[in-house]
Design a protein around this ligand. Structure first.
Ligand SMILES: [Zn+2]
Ligand SMILES: [Zn+2]
Length: 256
């Protein structure tokens, strides 16, 4: 019989390289992962937002895929919810990916403008309405997993630090109603919820309710540096603590 947790902590489906904003080359990532006994999926940023830091043209995406196909890694890409660049790429190229990651690096706000999960201060119209901002962000996360052609939602419960400055309790922002809404969207879409070693989220209550709802999970280092790549200690410990086993993990179909 297989050990109960042979995949937990040994599969990292969210790693960056120098092909976007990572510090290690593909070869260095593969070597670091092998040394740590972890199989990795490369999910570099594919987006037109900051072209010099991302795979940002069809030609670059083609070269990116070719590089990944020459390495012992799963082939993925991290697409932005706030940018449809990835969805405009030819399907024949996108089909060469083993799975796709979607991330909230910015979300459209009701009334216009773009919100950021990294906001350290709230801009004027939202400073007086932090709960409305949180609702808007959760609405967008639900829309992201329901409409984006992705298999994993990365660091999705990342919440603006400006909100924690007002109230430093994750459950004050991720209320049961908002959690339920997001968990339902994940369960119905079949998109896996990433446990992010880098950002140390989601929090336990949301993970437990996702587990109960039959949501699948993936572990990601979101590694950009040698210290981060293929490091999943916090994510694996968290998964075990809430009762997640290999059976609930999303694993790409292709074996290598
Ligand atoms: Zn990201
Ligand atoms: Zn990332």
């Amino acid at each position: 019989m297989e050990p109960a947790c042979s995949l937990l902590g040994t599969v990292d489906l969210h790693v960056h390289t120098t092909m976007s904003d990572g510090h290690l080359t593909l070869e260095e990532v593969a070597a670091a992962a092998a040394e740590r006994g972890v199989r990795v999926g490369i999910a570099d940023h594919v987006s037109g937002r900051t072209p010099h830091l991302m795979v940002s043209s069809e030609a670059e995406f083609h070269a990116y895929l070719t590089a990944l196909e020459g390495a012992e890694v799963w082939r993925s890409a991290e697409f932005c919810w706030c940018d449809d660049f990835g969805q405009r790429l030819p399907e024949a190229l996108l089909a060469r990916l083993d799975y796709r990651v979607g991330s909230n690096h910015g979300f459209p706000l009701p009334g216009g403008g773009t919100g950021s999960p990294w906001w350290e201060a709230l801009p004027k119209p939202w400073a007086a309405r932090p709960q409305a901002l949180m609702d808007a962000m959760v609405d967008e996360l639900c829309r992201m997993v329901r409409t984006m052609p992705i298999q994993i939602a990365a660091h999705s419960t990342l919440t603006p630090p400006a909100l924690f400055a007002l109230e430093d309790d994750v459950e004050a922002w991720w209320t049961p109603e908002r959690e339920d809404r997001y968990v339902q969207a994940l369960a119905q879409s079949g998109v896996a919820l990433e446990i992010s070693n880098r950002y140390r989220l989601p929090h336990d209550r949301l993970l437990r309710s996702a587990l109960q709802a039959g949501v699948r999970f993936s572990l990601g280092s979101d590694g950009h540096t040698a210290a981060q790549v293929a490091r999943l200690e916090w994510a694996a410990e968290t998964a075990r603590r809430v009762g997640i086993t290999d059976r609930q993990l999303f694993v790409p179909e292709r074996r290598w």
